[in-house]
Design a binder for this molecule. Structure first.
Ligand code: CTP
Length: 397
């Protein structure tokens, strides 16, 4: 989908600039054209020669290079691209963008452009957390600038936290999402995914075996069709989908609160394996073992997010899709669940251990709607996600 797309890639000065070389390689591999722009400080981290060799294009560096101005003015350079990507984006460059400063080629291009901009920030965690940076990000988001990352992890400076630039593959997917020409452009979809963890005390919790693989694949597939996806995930190991708005939660109640805040939406897909119960009065301190005495746990019912959203009188998404993980009488149970919760569709699957679906890469699902039960053949979770996303797009058309 990136074939012949033109990306203007602005590389600013940060240690993460080395990852931009791999980003260029991956974009070229997908058939995109990359026009690189280097800031002065970026040249301290990567050489113009290596950048231009990978991009197979000349590198633009200087605003006052008269040859460039004769051949291609900065206005034209800023507008000839399908997308402007800033990776890495330093705190300094984002501050200039937020203020509209234009004192070098990169910032001038960003001020002069009317093309969509995608930013991949990279900086030390303290710089990221600084209120000034957070203010600038809020301004840029309000101006319509898209973001990918940053991620959490070890940093080149030896600290740990948020600020690592997203990996090249994540940036590529975010670019694909920005350039998607799919039928879901302008549509907002909420996707829940993964298990929830319900605390017993600060170190113990109740959970389930959901890997989050199916929900993640659905979020990714919807985003590739152009949807603006809010991905609400419980604690799952599955790598997060790129190019979507991610909210990480622990408990069913937090998932409910997040979904409520994310409304209104055109569609909602509830793929999460939400714990039906939480511990009533979870302990604030670790429950100690007492010889001969077993602890007793009291349960309380969790809110049913799917049922709540399906039965909203005002602001109900046009399409509400639930999942039913069953171990027996799949169709009967799922059909009853659809009627009880009042969602439009139920994607039912048999999660008996012998099917290998929970934790596996494949899925065999039945789509239950007003039209009855439609059996889909066994396929990968990615393919289930793609087919479901296509069906959602048709339903919202
Ligand atoms: N779900 C939800 N909130 C809950 C429980 C479930 O949103 N508190 C959603 C799930 O995301 C899924 C669907 O409801 O889309 C089915 O969940 P499931 O737990 O299987 O349904 P239950 O009604 O709890 O039925 P049972 O546990 O008896 O199978």
């Amino acid at each position: 989908m990136l074939e012949d797309k033109r990306i203007l890639l602005i590389i600013s000065g940060g240690i993460a600039a080395y990852k931009s070389l791999e980003l260029i390689r991956q974009l070229r591999k997908r058939g995109a054209w990359v026009t690189p722009v280097l800031t002065k400080s970026a040249e301290e981290f990567v050489t113009p020669l290596s950048v231009s060799a990978l991009a197979e294009e000349r590198v633009f560096q200087d605003l006052f290079d008269l040859t460039d101005e004769a051949e291609m003015g900065h206005i034209q350079l800023s507008r000839s691209a399908d997308l402007i990507v800033v990776a890495p984006a330093t705190g300094n460059l984002m501050a200039k963008m937020a203020l509209g400063l234009a004192n070098d080629l990169a910032s001038t291009l960003l001020l002069a452009t009317d093309t969509q901009v995608l930013v991949a920030p990279a900086m030390n965690v303290r710089m990221w957390e600084n209120p000034a940076t957070q203010r600038n990000i809020a301004t840029l988001k309000a101006d319509g600038v898209a973001f990918v990352g940053p991620n959490e992890g070890d940093m080149a400076c030896g600290e740990f936290g948020l600020g690592r630039m997203s990996e090249p593959a994540e940036i590529v997917t975010a670019i694909e999402a920005q350039l998607a020409e799919g039928p879901l452009i302008g549509r907002r979809v909420i996707v829940t995914s993964g298990p929830t963890h319900e605390p017993i005390d600060p170190v113990r919790y109740i959970a389930n075996r959901s890997s989050g693989a199916q929900g993640t694949a659905i979020a990714r597939a919807l985003s590739l069709l152009g949807a603006d996806v809010v991905f609400v995930t419980g604690p799952a190991d599955e790598p997060r989908p790129e190019g979507v708005h991610i909210v990480e939660v622990q408990t069913a109640q937090q998932m409910m609160d997040t979904v409520e805040k994310a409304l209104p939406a055109d569609a909602a897909v509830f793929a999460a394996a939400v714990a039906d119960w939480r511990i009533d009065g979870a302990s604030d301190s670790k429950i100690k073992k007492k010889p001969g005495a077993l602890p007793s746990l009291n349960f309380a019912e969790n809110p049913d997010i799917l049922a709540y959203v399906s039965q909203l009188e005002h602001g109900r998404p046009k399409l509400v899709v639930g999942f039913a993980a069953e171990t027996n009488d799949v169709i009967d149970n799922a059909t009853a669940k659809r009627q009880r919760k009042k969602c439009d569709w139920i994607v039912a699957n048999d999660v008996s251990p012998e099917t290998g679906i929970m934790g596996g890469r494949d899925n065999t699902v039945v789509l239950i709607s007003d039209d009855g039960a439609e059996h889909w053949p066994k396929m990968s979770k990615d393919d289930v996600a793609r087919q479901l996303a296509d069906r959602i797009a048709q339903a919202l058309d």
